[in-house]
Design a protein around this ligand. Structure first.
Ligand code: ADP
Ligand code: MG
Length: 609
């Protein structure tokens, strides 16, 4: 048999390697930003078009490259950062493999302009799929500009695999935040489709955290500082009462590099033990410095996991350092977990007229009071028109007229033989469950989950059919948000308006709320908006309808009557009535059972033992 093995041509090898290094636009962003940092830039600009799918450009004022280097940089294993294998054990740069640019250029069109400080003229190269298509001398500032266009143009499967622009942009912003948090003294800016998303001035760590996450971070941060023989720890943790229900902002950096580390994360959680209510996550920005020979980052180009020598000792130091800071800033004393901590976040009063009456947060908030006050006619549960959900109905009256018949059919289907009798007596047990008798036995309803379902369907109809009623605020509320959050709010502004929010943007850090959904109380608004943004951020909406769905769900969860709230008989009945006139009464918007039934024959059996 003849020989069949051959060496892959370079461009094929590069394309294969590219698959590992470049998974999405955000991977290119990471590599280019890191190259700019390695080139000792003091200012780095990132420009994007269409979430990086059309253009990713990084412009730095670093040391630049010579004409030959500019060409060589795109070869595989071309690096200026290590020379021998020993160098691997004492890395001071982000890159060292020399494969990022070679991979990127294999799957895109690249244009580079670069100049050394001492040269008069710079080089201008254009490459397409690893081939240099033009090379010229050019007059350009010292530093490097690399533009990556049409990513994955020659790998359609990869290109089709990319997610929506919202999601890809979010990945890029994550990467940008990690890199810029690791280097607060470097000035970073980020523009997307010509709009500015971030403009971060050179500063210290705290200033950088605040520039990224908003001025409201200022009051939340507790400094951390510890020096030992094997590790130095610096940075900030957020006070436990600002912990978030969803994953908070959690950042570890080691020797200037963002890492994920489950074990160390656990050390921090452990230090917070007893200070966080169930399901809350602390935010932290922790910078670890260890001797570079005790650290192994040589695992995988895109992996953020690293290995340390002495992990157990480091765990103990980390845990006690965080604990100590928490104690020192006396954030340890009792927190009242019966109150919902997220409801107590104060908002900015700074710009309100001084005559404004103080708005207090009501921990015993009961949404039913509001419903009574609502300007709308009381709900008529059995006549709700669920079929009209997606139809554009002109007004309520019309909707109600049309449906009576339909809606009863729905109700009947769900509760055959009319076994459910809304006038039956109800009992509240443990301030959590509503118990009622049905023909076939007993039904036990979870008040919180049931009310979530009711509010969810209510919001969804209001939003999709007619725009929810908005209550005008006498004194508009000014809230501060991070630039990412503001970008997100802009994204979903129309949907928020349909839900009943009325607001304007002030600059790139504030919004002013003029109106909000009728069920929301003034004191809750910050917490509700934060939950809502978190939900939108993490649930990854693909279409505008599912975005409305996410908003409705989140509002329902925030506003539903809490377990632990005592309900009057009238309120219990109201929940029951409303739940069983829902389209899908069996489940909460997040898929949990809203009620369970205990059939008579099962009860019977229990006595036949
Ligand atoms: P690595 O960063 O692992 O060395 P890259 O493929 O990312 O590999 O880059 C190859 C080389 O190109 C680098 O070692 C560096 O010498 C040069 N280079 C890349 N980007 C820049 C930049 N922005 N400024 C100056 N030199 C750069
Ligand atoms: Mg590199």
């Amino acid at each position: 048999m003849s020989d069949i093995i051959q060496l892959l041509p370079d461009h094929v090898a590069n394309q294969i390697a590219a698959g590992e290094v470049v998974q999405r636009p955000a991977s290119v962003v990471k590599e280019l930003l890191e190259n700019a940092i390695d080139a000792e830039a003091s200012e780095i600009k990132l420009l994007l078009k269409d979430a990086g799918k059309t253009l990713i450009q990084v412009i730095d004022n670093g040391k630049g490259m010579s004409e030959t280097d500019a060409r060589l940089a795109f070869e595989r294993h071309a690096t200026s950062k290590i020379k021998t294998a020993e160098d691997l054990f004492d890395l001071t740069t982000k890159g060292f493999r020399g494969e990022a640019l070679a991979s990127i250029v294999a799957i895109s069109h690249v244009e580079i302009k670069t100049k050394l400080a001492e040269s008069e003229l710079g080089s201008h190269l254009k490459l397409e799929g690893s081939k240099i298509v033009s090379q010229q001398l050019i007059s350009t500032p010292t530093g490097t500009s690399i533009a990556v266009k049409h990513l994955f143009y020659n790998i359609p499967a990869r290109r089709n695999f990319l997610k929506s622009n919202t999601i890809e942009t979010r990945h890029i912003i994550d990467e940008f935040q990690r890199v810029s948090l690791a280097h607060p003294t470097i000035r970073f800016s980020l523009y997307h489709n010509d709009g500015e998303l971030f403009n971060l001035k050179s500063g210290n760590l705290k200033q950088r955290v605040i520039a990224i996450f908003g001025a409201k971070m200022n009051e939340k941060l507790v400094p951390i500082s510890e020096e030992t023989d094997i590790i130095n720890i610096n940075g900030f943790i957020a006070k436990p009462n600002f912990a978030k229900k969803k994953r908070g902002e959690q950042f570890f950096f080691v020797n200037g590099r963002f890492i994920k580390h489950g074990y160390f994360h656990h050390a921090v959680l452990n230090a917070f033990e007893g200070l966080l209510a169930q399901g809350y996550h602390p935010s932290y920005f922790l910078y670890l410095e260890v001797p570079s020979n005790t650290l192994d980052i040589n695992i995988h180009p895109t992996k953020t996991e690293v290995k340390f020598e002495n992990e157990q000792a480091l765990y103990a130091i980390l845990r006690s350092t965080v604990k100590h800071s928490l104690g020192q800033y006396s954030v340890a004393p009792v927190l009242d977990f019966n109150k919902d901590a997220s409801m107590e976040v104060p908002y900015h009063f700074k710009d309100k007229p001084s005559s404004t009456p103080k708005v207090s947060v009501d921990p015993t908030f009961n949404p039913f009071e509001n419903e009574k006050k609502s300007t709308k006619p009381p709900r008529k549960p059995t006549t709700e028109n669920w079929d009209s959900l997606y139809v554009n109905v002109e007004n309520d009256a019309l909707a109600i007229e049309n449906i009576e018949v339909d809606a009863q059919v729905v109700t009947k289907e769900l509760f055959t033989e009319n076994q459910f009798n809304t006038t039956a007596k109800t009992f509240q047990i443990h301030k959590k469950y509503i118990l009622s008798v049905i023909k076939s036995g007993v039904v036990i309803i979870n008040q919180n989950l049931a009310h979530q379902r009711v509010l969810y369907e209510d919001f969804l109809t209001k939003i999709t059919v007619e725009d929810a009623v908005s209550q005008q605020l006498l004194f508009p509320i000014k809230l501060s948000f991070s630039q990412t959050e503001i970008a997100l709010i802009k994204d979903i502004q129309t949907d928020l308006e349909s839900a009943g929010f009325r607001f304007e943007m002030i600059g790139d850090e504030h919004i002013v709320i003029n109106g909000m959904p009728t069920l929301v109380k003034e004191g809750q608004i910050t917490a509700i908006l934060e939950e809502l943004l978190d939900a939108v951020k993490h649930e990854i909406p693909e279409s505008s309808f599912s975005q409305l769905d996410i908003i409705s769900k989140s509002l329902a969860r925030s506003l539903a009557i809490k377990n632990g709230t005592k309900l009057s008989t009238r309120e219990q009945e109201e929940i029951l009535e409303q739940l069983f006139s829902c389209k899908e009464p069996n489940h909460s918007p997040y898929g949990k059972n809203t009620f369970v039934t205990l059939p008579l024959d099962e009860i019977e059996l229990k006595f036949n033992n």
